[in-house]
Design a protein around this ligand. Sequence first.
Ligand SMILES: Nc1nc2c(c(=O)[nH]1)N[C@H]1C(S)=C(S)[C@@H](COP(=O)(O)O)O[C@H]1N2
Ligand SMILES: [Mo]
Length: 422
Amino acid sequence: MDGRRDGHGPARPGFWRSPLRGPWLTSALGGVLLLGVPVLLLTGLLSYAAYNPDLPGNDTTPDRGLLGFYLFPWPTDPHWLYRLTQGVHVTLGIALIPVLLAKLWSVVPRLFTWPPVRSPAHALERLSLLLLVGGVLFVFATGVLNVQLEYVFPGSFYPLHLYGSWVFAGAFAVHVATRAPAALRTLRGRSPDGGTAPGDGGPADAAGLATPRPAAPTVSRRGALATVGGGSLLLFGVTVGQSVGGPLRSTALLAPRGQDAGPGPNGFQVNKTAAAVGVGERDVGPDWRLVVRGGGRERVLSRAQLLALPQHRAALPIACVEGWSTTDQEWSGVRLADLAALVGLGARPPWVFVDSVQAAGAFRSAALRENQVRDPRSLLALRVNGADLSLDHGYPARVIVPANPGVHNTKWVGALAFGERG
Ligand SMILES: Nc1nc2c(c(=O)[nH]1)N[C@H]1C(S)=C(S)[C@@H](COP(=O)(O)O)O[C@H]1N2
Ligand SMILES: [Mo]
């Protein structure tokens, strides 16, 4: 009665011969993903909220529609919040890759189930698995490409990754609801190497994961699992340093921008250099001015005039969506709230649209919410670690806001428009 017997090639029973495949291995790997994937989904959704995509100019995913139902004002406390959530998102995502691949390997014979569709219910199940497997490969691939290749999909990475994640999340929920109970029973009731014979485990192998024609084992199931775990640990070990920052950065062998950001007060990681985005002397030389607008007023200030205003300090990190971050750096400059006061909006500073002198390209502007503007640690920074900002870190002036995703800490600022798009 098993229709698969009619299959050819990889659909033939006995084509897949590894004795490792079976309910136990698939369940054990699935259990790890059951713990890890929800953390990835949660931190991913938090990252989207951290972008304040409902502010004008911030929405990297137009037409998000209902998917923005949960958005909330991203807080400024604790100041390392985004460093933590995004570090976990990227580091855990990378470390789970071996587990994910092993899990897919363990169920690959089922891809070739014959006949491909047996009933309407079977068709539905297969469709949901297509969304699950397609979705997970898509989000992991776009995530890794973004982290490793510095935005191969400039701008459009966000909608791709976000929409892909929702498709994956839905299929994942269905999969967990239908499979997790049996998987947990399998893990409780059987030992990893509990036999490799055809029909191994009887009803527990209803899914037909074990081969009916096992080849001689070259490694035990525990051994295979240890290899996968070792691979995950290795990836974790050569990745996590880029999120911890400081001296540990030297261990981040996979960090796409190298392990060493150079010496001196400005010796911490740069995202885009000034040269890379075409910012040069003519934009940020002595003629540079900051334009502050709001409430129908406008003020224009030179760097010297900014330096003559009350200077404040804040120890804050840069934390990029790509997962790398710096330890706290000691910034100094003018409070955003004080700049709002210059145009008469000091009592209740509103949100602000920050524009840079950068002529084109992604990330040249960003809007900040009023809770961010009002935080006394939110600065238009002029100096860092006791020295003038370097050109690559945003000289003459850049935004630095606690818990803000790096991309909204705009460099080479040219204009601030309080309460308006500018
Ligand atoms: N004008 C401008 N500001 C920018 C960027 C940019 O490309 N252009 N990159 C942003 C990103 S993605 C990050 S992570 C931070 C990095 O700041 P750093 O290069 O000083 O570390 O700057 C942000 N500010
Ligand atoms: Mo970034």
